[in-house]
Design a protein around this ligand. Structure first.
Ligand code: GUN
Length: 296
C-alpha cells in the first residue's frame, strides 16, 4: 500500500509555482493578488482561509483578507464582491463557503467576475469545465487530478466511483475523471445519499473518491483489494486522548481500509494541501490572463 502524500506533492508543486512567479515578475508581470472573503468565524473556515493566505505569502503572491460579521446582508456582500471585481489590482476572488443561512451562496458566487473566479464555482466556469473548454477548475477536484498525475496513476478505462454529489467536489470530479484528457477517460459512477446498495457499487471500483462529509463512512467491506482510495473528507470528531479533545478524520475508515488499498490519501495531509495547489495555480493563471487582456 502506498500513501498518496499530499503534503509532499503540494510542497513540490508550490516550489514550481513559486519559481513561475519569480519568472513572471522578472518578465515584468506583477505579483498575483488573491482576495479572500470570510464571513463570521466558523473555525474550519478560519483554518482553510488561514492556510490560503499563508500559502500566498510563501509563493510570493499578494493577498487581501476581507472579514465580515455574520450580520452582513446579501446585498452588502455582493457589493463587496463587485468592488473586488472592479479593483484592477486584484486577480482572483474567493468567497469562503459556507455562508450564513440568510445569504445565498449562489447569488454571491454569481456576482464574481468569471475572469477572477479562481475557485471555479461560477456557473460560467462550471459550464466551460463541463464542455471541456479552458477555465478555472474547482480547486479540490483540480488538486486531486494534480495528485493522480504526480503519481502517474492511470485512470483511463478504470471504474471510478465518486461518493457525494456536491457542486464543488463530487459533481465536478465526475466530469474531470471522465473527460478525454490525461488523467481522464475513466468510467465514472456518481453515488450519493439516496444510492441503493452503495457497498455493492463501491466494491466494483478501481478508484473511490469519498466526498460525502461523513466521518469514516467508507469501511473495509466497501472496498475491493487493490483499489485506489481518495479521501476528500475533513471531519472533526471527539477524541479524549487529544489535548484539544478532538481530531480530524476523513470520510474513509483509514485503519480498516488502508491495508486493502494499492494507494490511499491520509487525512490530514492528503487532498487538503492539494486543494491549495489548485487555488494557487488558478490565481497565477488569472493574473497572466488579466495581463494578456490588458496588453491587447
Ligand atoms: N468551503 C469548503 N471548501 C471550499 C473551497 O474550496 N473554496 C471555498 N471558497 N469554500 C470552501
Amino acid at each position: 500500500m502506498q500513501i498518496l502524500d499530499g503534503s509532499f506533492v503540494s510542497a513540490h508543486i508550490k516550489e514550481q509555482i513559486k519559481q513561475d512567479v519569480i519568472n513572471w515578475q522578472a518578465a515584468g508581470g506583477k505579483k498575483p493578488h488573491l482576495a479572500a472573503i470570510l464571513v463570521g468565524n466558523n473555525p474550519a473556515s478560519e483554518a482553510y482561509v488561514g492556510h490560503k493566505v499563508k500559502s500566498c505569502a510563501e509563493l510570493g503572491f499578494e493577498s487581501t483578507l476581507l472579514r465580515f460579521n455574520t450580520d452582513i446582508t446579501e446585498a452588502q456582500l455582493i457589493d463587496e464582491v463587485k468592488k473586488l471585481n472592479e479593483n484592477d489590482d486584484v486577480d482572483g476572488i474567493l468567497v469562503q463557503l459556507p455562508l450564513p443561512e440568510h445569504i445565498s451562496g449562489d447569488a454571491v458566487i454569481l456576482a464574481i467576475d468569471p475572469a477572477k473566479d479562481v475557485d471555479g464555482f461560477h456557473p460560467i466556469s462550471q459550464g466551460k469545465m463541463m464542455l471541456g473548454q479552458p477555465t478555472f477548475l474547482p480547486a479540490t477536484p483540480y488538486g486531486i487530478m494534480l495528485m493522480l498525475e504526480h503519481y502517474g496513476l492511470d485512470v483511463a478505462g478504470k471504474h471510478c466511483v465518486v461518493i457525494g454529489r456536491s457542486n464543488i467536489v463530487g459533481t465536478p470530479m465526475t466530469i474531470l475523471l471522465s473527460r478525454n484528457t490525461n488523467p481522464g477517460n475513466a468510467t465514472v459512477t456518481l453515488t450519493h445519499s439516496r444510492t441503493k446498495n452503495l457497498a455493492e457499487i463501491t466494491r466494483q471500483a478501481d478508484i473511490i473518491v469519498a466526498a460525502i462529509g461523513k466521518p469514516k463512512f467508507v469501511t473495509a467491506d466497501m472496498v475491493k483489494d487493490g483499489a485506489v482510495v481518495i479521501d476528500v473528507g475533513i471531519n472533526r470528531i471527539a477524541d479524549a486522548t487529544k489535548k484539544s479533545g478532538s481530531r480530524l478524520v476523513g470520510d474513509v475508515d483509514y485503519e480498516g481500509v488502508a491495508p486493502k488499498c494499492s494507494h490511499i490519501t491520509p487525512v490530514p495531509g492528503g487532498v487538503g494541501p492539494m486543494t491549495i495547489c489548485g487555488l494557487m495555480k488558478n490565481t497565477l493563471l488569472a493574473a497572466r490572463q488579466k495581463a494578456s487582456v490588458a496588453a491587447e
